[in-house]
Every structure is written in structure tokens, then in C-alpha cells.
Design a protein around this ligand. Structure first.
Ligand code: SAM
Length: 440
């Protein structure tokens, strides 16, 4: 009998992408083969995001026309995984009757049993229990990138920000044992990975359940001791748990990348309070000052939500002034999207869609100018980059990232893929740099 094939499409954050890698690893162990061609898949999985309404709609429209969207075989089994699956639960079968399997983001470790049930012909197989102690410990054998690897160090979130579904979709915070994390990193190093990215919804809230490593900063130090790993990144830290010790580790450990993504969401303290972010603008700026005061220049990026309920023009201007003050290297900015089940869903005083759109444009244009100014100053400087792939701008070129996570496109031979090379910056745009090789 021919080997069964699976295809996964992933929506959303890095956590989701890494979950898909682990699900793929589990399926390979079950005897399935991965395929990039959705039309030949026997099992078609959509790993979904629920952060904003738009993400949900996208998946529903794909499910509405599985044959059209994926050219799927008529007998292909269809599974919905991830945060939307967790939130929608049973309801999804009414909205999309062609779905055979629903697996919430806390139930991945049950996948072998659930897939077996689908194979036995059961319809509407579902597991969305939030078994709170459970971590998805599967080893990802099917990683998307051969040079850099994601590693989950904690799952879930206890913060209950007023806008956010994560505590409901991913359950409460639970950390992976430090010893498990370190043995995974050792294994990755022995397989030739150059870079690891430690992942968690609030990654710096990690606590070693075995009590062997004292803090998140301590974990960074331990990971940095492992030979063969040249770059260590982490995302996303929560500002409230961002302690000086983390900056100290970045300052003193060359393999810990000098880059921090520190989500602020708004520059206005009253908005932050309504969002339940448990820091003020001033407290956040003190953390930024700490990050920016070191000898090693640390790149900063953030997440911003515009048009949160009750956000006035003055609040919005506070966000612009925060951008002017911090001068981030990059930002992710989104219009607020009301999510059922969250505290802010019931808030009145909404900002119109039109006004949200206007503010988002103003914000992005404001930040674009900051990035152009920042990147202009890099022309002539040299950086070490890890060569990751083909340039998206010009397929003849390659692209790599600096330790500060800046993308540099440059002419180079494919043999350089996976290597660290020295490049000089020759040009720039708001989102990337152009360069040439100096030596390698
Ligand atoms: N750990 C992050 C933090 O400290 O907030 C949260 C990660 S969340 C998965 C990614 C980003 O999605 C958030 O930082 C926020 O900017 C955005 N986001 C979450 N809920 C949203 C909503 N309801 N509407 C718009 N953007 C949202």
C-alpha cells in the first residue's frame, strides 16, 4: 500500500509554525510522509490562529472550498488544529461539515490516537480539552529551516490582557524542564543547527519546574555554554518580567543575539491600564533605557495595537511619541480586533474601522521614516550574517540576518547557505539592507 501523505498549512505566530513542525514529526513517526503538494495529500491539516477575526475568516473561507483552495483529493481527511480549533470546538463541524478532526492547541500530544480514530472511519473526531499540565514534548523532526531551529520553552499565558485570546486558547503558563530544553539544544547542535530561537507566549516568565536553573537569564547562559550553537534568540518577552539580568547576559554573551522584541501595545498609560498590561508608559521606558544603555547595541522591536476601545487621538499621539522616543528597529502594528471571551469584548467606546485604518497608516508611515533614518546610518558598516536563503527582492541574490535580526540581501553563491559571512552594507530601504561580501 502506498505511504499516506500529509500537508500542513500554518497560520499565525512562530509558536504555531513550530507546533506544525512537531505535529509533522509525530506524523512521520506514525508512517506518514510530508508533501508540499496539497492535491496529493491524504491528510490535510490547517494549523490556525485566533488572534484576530481576520485570521478566523481566512481559515473558514479556505474550509468552505477545500477542493478549490487546495485541489484536495475527494477522500482526503481534513483536520483543524490550533487556536481557532480550541476556541470554536464542536461549533466548527456545523460551520465546516467537511472537517473530520479538530485538535486544540493543548491537545497535540493526543494526535496519534486522534488520527487513528479518523483512519478507522470515525467522523468529527475532537479533542479540545485543556489538560493544563501537558506540554507538547514531541521532537520536531521536520523543521522548516535547516540552519535555525525553534524550541518551545514554555506554553500558555497567565496574564489575561484585556484584548487577548491566548490564555483561553493556549491555557495557563507551564514551563518545560531546563534539562529537556538543554538536551534538545545539544541534539540540534550535533545535527548542525547554527541558531536556536527559544519560544514562549511570555518567554521570560519561564521557570524551571525542576528548580535546577534559577531564572530565564540563567537558562540563556546555560544554552550559550553548548558548543556549536552560534546564535541564540528568544521571543516574546513580557515587559513586566524583563529584568536587568537578561540585558547583562546579552552584554556578556556574544552568542546571545543583541536583539529584543518587547511588545508595548500602546504608548498611553490609561490605555495600557485598560488593556491590563500591568506597566505604565514610564515603567516600560525605564526598561528600554536599560536595554539601550549598554555597551553592546541591542536592536529593539515591538507590537502595537491601534484603536483599542476608548483610545483617543491624544492616546494615539502618545504612542507616536513613544515611537519617536524609542526609535525601534521595527514594529508589528495591528488594528484592534474584538475577540469573544476576552474582557475588552464587552467594552463600549469603540474606535471606528475607518479611524483605526487611518491611525494604522499614520503610525506605519511615522515608523517607516524612523527605520529609513536608522538604516541609512548603517551604510558602510560591516556585519556578520547567517546566510538563510534566497533574497525575496531578487532571486539571484541571497539573504541573511545580522545578530540584530536585520535582513541583508547580497550577491553570493548558493554554497554560502547556512554559513556565517561578513558583509558590508551598501544600500538600504525601510525594511532591509543591501550588502556585499567582505570575507568568509
Ligand atoms: N507575548 C505577547 C505580549 O507580551 O503581549 C503577546 C503575543 S500575541 C500572540 C502577538 C501580538 O498580537 C500581541 O503582542 C498583540 O500586539 C497582537 N494582538 C493580540 N490580540 C489582539 C487583538 N485582539 N487585536 C489586535 N491585535 C492583537
Amino acid at each position: 500500500m502506498a505511504q499516506k501523505k500529509f500537508f500542513i498549512e500554518t497560520f499565525g505566530c512562530q509558536m504555531n509554525h513550530h507546533d506544525s513542525e512537531k505535529v509533522a514529526g509525530t506524523l512521520v513517526q506514525m508512517g506518514y510522509a510530508p508533501t508540499d503538494d496539497s492535491s496529493e495529500a491524504d491528510l490535510l491539516l490547517l494549523n490556525t490562529c485566533n488572534i484576530r477575526e481576520k485570521a478566523n475568516q481566512k481559515v473558514l473561507s479556505r474550509l468552505g472550498s477545500i477542493q478549490k483552495s487546495y485541489g484536495a483529493k475527494s477522500d482526503a481527511k481534513v483536520g483543524l488544529l490550533g487556536c481557532m480549533a480550541q476556541m470554536e470546538g464542536e461549533k466548527i463541524f456545523a460551520k465546516a461539515p467537511n472537517v473530520d478532526l479538530v485538535v486544540g492547541s493543548s491537545s497535540y500530544s493526543f494526535i496519534p490516537r486522534l488520527i487513528n480514530q479518523v483512519e478507522e472511519g470515525m467522523r468529527h473526531v475532537i479533542d479540545v480539552t485543556q489538560d493544563t499540565d501537558r506540554l507538547f514534548e514531541a521532537y520536531a523532526q521536520s523543521r522548516e529551516n535547516p540552519y535555525k531551529a525553534y524550541i518551545t520553552i514554555m506554553e500558555g499565558c497567565n496574564r489575561y490582557c484585556a484584548f487577548c485570546v491566548v490564555p483561553y486558547t493556549r491555557g495557563p503558563e507551564r514551563s518545560r524542564a531546563g534539562s529537556h530544553i538543554l538536551s534538545e539544544v545539544r541534539r540540534l547542535a550535533s545535527e548542525g543547527y547554527q541558531e536556536v530561537m527559544l519560544l514562549g507566549q511570555t518567554v521570560n516568565s519561564w521557570r524551571d519546574p525542576a528548580g535546577e536553573i534559577s531564572s530565564f537569564a540563567g537558562l540563556l547562559r546555560e544554552v550559550a555554554r553548548i558548543n556549536g550553537i552560534h546564535r541564540i534568540r528568544f521571543t516574546s518577552p513580557h515587559p513586566s518580567d524583563f529584568h536587568p539580568e537578561i540585558v547583562e547576559v546579552i552584554e556578556t554573551t556574544p552568542t546571545v543575539c543583541n536583539q529584543v522584541h518587547l511588545p508595548v501595545q500602546s504608548g498611553s498609560t490609561p490605555v495600557l491600564q485598560r488593556m491590563k498590561r500591568d506597566y505604565t508608559r514610564e515603567e516600560y521606558l525605564r526598561k528600554v533605557a536599560l536595554i539601550q544603555s549598554g555597551k553592546r547595541e541591542i536592536a529593539l522591536s515591538t507590537d502595537i495595537i491601534v484603536g483599542f476601545p476608548g483610545e483617543t487621538q491624544e492616546d494615539f499621539e502618545q504612542t507616536l511619541s513613544l515611537l519617536a522616543q524609542v526609535r525601534y528597529d521595527s514594529i508589528f502594528s495591528l488594528k484592534y480586533s474584538p475577540r469573544p471571551g476576552t474582557e475588552a469584548y464587552a467594552f463600549g467606546d469603540t474606535v471606528t474601522e475607518e479611524e483605526q485604518g487611518r491611525r494604522l497608516m499614520v503610525l506605519q508611515e511615522f515608523q517607516r521614516k524612523i527605520q529609513l533614518e536608522r538604516n541609512a546610518r548603517l551604510v558602510g558598516r560591516e556585519f556578520e550574517i547567517l546566510v538563510e536563503g534566497r533574497s525575496q527582492r531578487d532571486a539571484k541574490d541571497l539573504m541573511g540576518r545580522t545578530t540584530q535580526n536585520k535582513i541583508i540581501n547580497f550577491p553570493g553563491r548558493p554554497e554560502l547557505l547556512g554559513n556565517c559571512v561578513q558583509v558590508r552594507v551598501t544600500g538600504f530601504s525601510a525594511h532591509s539592507l543591501q550588502g556585499e561580501i567582505v570575507s568568509h
